[in-house]
Ligand binder design. Structure first.
Ligand code: APR
Length: 169
């Protein structure tokens, strides 16, 4: 049974097998959690990301964590929210599914997610949280034992806690 935990904190500090970065399609860093992860990981992360030549929305790529306490970083560009009728829910779900797939393929036991697309990309927080929890809960895990949803702000923490309670099995 997959263990799910919700915490408030800075994902760059977590000593887990993989942290999941809310990237953009260039994979060359940016602001928000992407900027924080690149700053903490160091320059080598940018070099490792450059190799991919970008990544489509909903896809995911994995790199070492370099100076981060986490072993790996999984980079996934979330959808830029428009109105919810341009494939955004499916794309956001794919971010979580493809990140879990890479975590499994790399024998990760602990994975921490940032709240993909809920910052600059403007995804409504509650809907994004429902998609995140549903996708992770329904992933057929074999290697992953624990998923941590790492919320930066108090507001996201509360939303995750409320949605988890509402979706309790
Ligand atoms: N640790 C954990 N979560 C964080 C951190 C951090 N250090 N910093 C920010 N966050 C949270 C934000 O509060 C938000 O809930 O990550 C979530 C995602 O927000 P963004 O980082 O803005 O990512 P997103 O909305 O997916 O937009 C992606 O922003 O940073 C650029 O390069 C990135 O172009 C891409 C776009």
């Amino acid at each position: 049974m997959l263990e799910i935990e919700v915490i408030q904190g800075d994902i760059t500090k977590l000593k887990v097998d993989a942290i999941v970065n809310a990237a953009n399609r260039s994979l060359l860093g940016g602001g928000g959690v992407d900027g924080a992860i690149h700053r903490a990981a160091g320059r080598e992360l940018l070099e490792a990301c450059r190799v991919f030549g970008g990544c489509e929305t909903g896809e995911a790529r994995i790199t070492p964590g370099f100076k981060l306490p986490a072993k790996y970083v999984i980079h996934t560009p979330g959808p830029i929210f428009r109105d919810g009728f341009h494939g955004e829910p499916e794309q956001l779900k794919n971010c979580y599914v493809n990140s879990m797939k890479l975590a499994e393929e790399n024998n990760c036991e602990t994975v921490a997610f940032s709240a993909i697309s809920t910052g600059v990309y403007g995804y409504p927080k509650k809907e994004a949280t429902e998609i995140a929890i549903w996708a992770v809960r329904n992933y057929p895990v074999q290697k992953v034992k624990k998923v941590i949803f790492c919320c930066f702000g108090e507001d996201m923490l509360k939303i995750y806690q409320d949605v988890l309670k509402m979706m309790a099995p």
